[in-house]
Write a protein that binds this ligand. Structure first.
Ligand code: HEM
Length: 505
């Protein structure tokens, strides 16, 4: 009996002691040499510092506390990184440890199927499966090429709209709404063969429903529940924001399910108008692999395209046009590049965009100064790690301040100035940019964004003269919102160039 005890229990006790010791050491390790932190208030920590334009607040803090500092959002630890080399460490050495997402966004819970869409899902098999589906069925060059005529048609419709009053003289146009409608129409035509914006659409009930859902969805995208940070708030009721997002989530789900049901029905009635849509393709895969292509997974994939792929691209185009209006010499050079390469006889097409290095430099320079994801999407540590020589415990949210890195004077000459020429050399400068993130969780929509943004801007420059609405420079201040909109929506004056009459009418 004694022998048996020694043989079985002693090794177990030994293993237990070693585990306790290493756990203790790990806890100690993670509690010392933490990133510096500003003085905090009881219970709320640093929440009082969180004002709109968080990237700017974090940048100011980094100047005092260094390139890695920590904050408490109530009971939740957050580490902010503002240096290029340390961000690189996050996306290489620590890429797996930091590939999780925090769970404090209400949208992720109630619209994103309890944090299971590709944006919010934790790192693991489910997320890998979603990225695989995205890479093969949605964002691969082959799939993107299949939908190139949709993008071309939508851009043509935009050119038509712009030319309505501008064939004789300069006319004033509201570019924010036009860019936004363009990106929604492109994605919805790819997804379901439907356009919800444009002539005759505003009275249709389904269009109205879609527009309302999207504007609510984008406005609640960054909503958090204060009681997730300060649990004591649960005792005081509240939760108003959560109820609104919950209600929106239900309506959004019903709408997306309606699209799927409609396509299922059209299969039985052999309606060919929906045969080339993304939903049709995903539903056909559902037949052979039902466990991977569930209705919920399909709805989640559509949702992230709509909420992640529209504002980010349309606001980027608005920032680019604002820069061009403030720098007429850059606009002139971009137009000369287009005219020299393609003349005034035919409209440019998607593949042409990659033969326009100056236009590409303008887009890169705009994404440097005005990245529409200034803090990327928050990452979350699944284990203890070190960042920039500091210990960062597991369950810490890590934010990368791409906006600050893109303006770091140690990295860029004259960082506050708009100078597309800095990208003329290509390679090295481009590697310092991170508007789409880096590593495992980097944006999978980059190819689609490049095509939409490049084709639209190239076409606008090829087909129209552009001027500001007054002598005053376009206001470049940033407004509130997750995707860093301009504070003042862009209006501009445009006049059709001769090519418009040749190719559009
Ligand atoms: C100019 C346009 C765009 C910009 C600047 C942009 C930027 C970003 C950024 C910064 C991230 C987070 C990276 C990180 O976590 O470190 C991201 C993630 C993501 N983006 Fe984009 N994006 C753009 C367009 C698009 C488009 C067109 C789509 C799809 C239609 C898309 C889909 C996604 C998805 C699904 C993720 C989540 C990836 C994951 O968590 O695994 N994006 N994007």
């Amino acid at each position: 009996m004694d022998d048996l005890f020694f043989c079985t229990s002693l090794p177990l006790i030994f293993i237990l002691l070693i585990t306790i010791k290493s756990l203790f050491r790990s806890k100690q390790h993670s509690r010392t040499n933490l990133p510096p932190s500003p003085p905090s208030l009881p219970i709320i920590g640093h929440l009082h510092l969180l004002k709109p334009l968080a990237h700017r607040t974090f940048h100011h803090l980094s100047q005092k506390y260094g390139p890695v500092f920590s904050l408490w959002f109530g009971a939740h630890r957050v580490v902010v990184v503002s240096s290029s080399s340390i961000a690189e460490e996050c996306f290489t050495k620590n890429d797996v440890v930091l590939a999780n997402r925090p769970r404090f966004m209400l949208a992720g819970k109630h619209m994103g199927y309890n944090y299971t869409t590709v944006v919010e899902s934790p790192y693991g098999d489910h997320w890998r499966n979603l990225r695989r589906i995205g890479a093969t069925d949605i964002y691969s060059p082959t799939r993107l090429n299949m939908f190139s005529s949709i993008r071309k048609d939508e851009v043509k419709q935009l050119l038509f709209r712009l030319s309505h009053n501008s064939r004789e003289d300069f006319a004033k146009v509201d570019l924010r709404s036009m860019f936004s409608e363009l990106t929604f129409n492109i994605i919805m035509t790819m997804v379901a063969g439907k356009r919800y914006y444009g002539d005759g659409m505003s009275d249709k009930e389904e269009s109205k429903q879609f527009r309302d859902l999207m504007s609510e969805g984008l406005s609640y995208g960054g909503a958090t529940n204060p009681s997730d940070f300060v649990p004591i708030l649960k005792w005081f009721g509240g939760g108003g924001a959560e109820k609104k997002v919950m209600d929106l989530g239900k309506r959004m789900d019903a709408f997306l399910q309606g699209l799927i049901d409609e396509q299922n029905l059209s299969k039985t009635t052999s309606d060919r108008s929906t045969a080339n849509t993304l939903i049709h393709h995903l539903l056909s895969l559902q037949e052979s692999q039902p466990e991977y292509y569930t209705d919920q997974i399909i709805k989640g994939l559509i949702l992230v395209m709509l909420l992640g792929g529209t504002d980010s691209s349309s606001l980027t185009m608005e920032w680019v046009m604002s820069n061009l209006l403030n720098h007429p010499e850059v606009l002139k050079r971009a137009r000369a590049e287009l005219d020299a390469e393609f003349g005034q006889e035919r409209l440019i097409d998607e593949p042409d965009v990659f033969k326009l290095p100056y236009l590409q430099s303008i887009i890169s320079e705009t994404l440097r100064l005005y990245p529409t994801g200034p803090l990327l999407v928050p990452h979350y540590s699944s284990d203890d790690c070190t960042i920039g020589g500091f210990n960062v415990p597991r369950d810490t949210t890590v934010m990368i301040n791409a906006w600050a890195i893109h303006r770091d004077p140690k990295l860029w000459d004259d960082p506050e100035s708009f100078k597309p020429e800095r990208f003329a050399k290509g390679g090295e400068e481009l590697y310092k940019l991170m508007p789409f993130g880096q590593g495992r969780r980097a944006c999978p929509g980059i190819g689609m964004a490049q095509r939409v943004v490049g084709l639209t801007l190239g076409s606008l420059i090829q087909c129209f003269e552009w001027e500001r609405i007054s002598e005053m420079k376009v206001d470049m201040s940033e407004g509130k919102g997750l995707t860093m909109p301009k504070a003042v929506p862009l209006e501009a004056m445009c006049k059709a160039r001769p090519i418009v009459n040749k190719v559009l009418f």
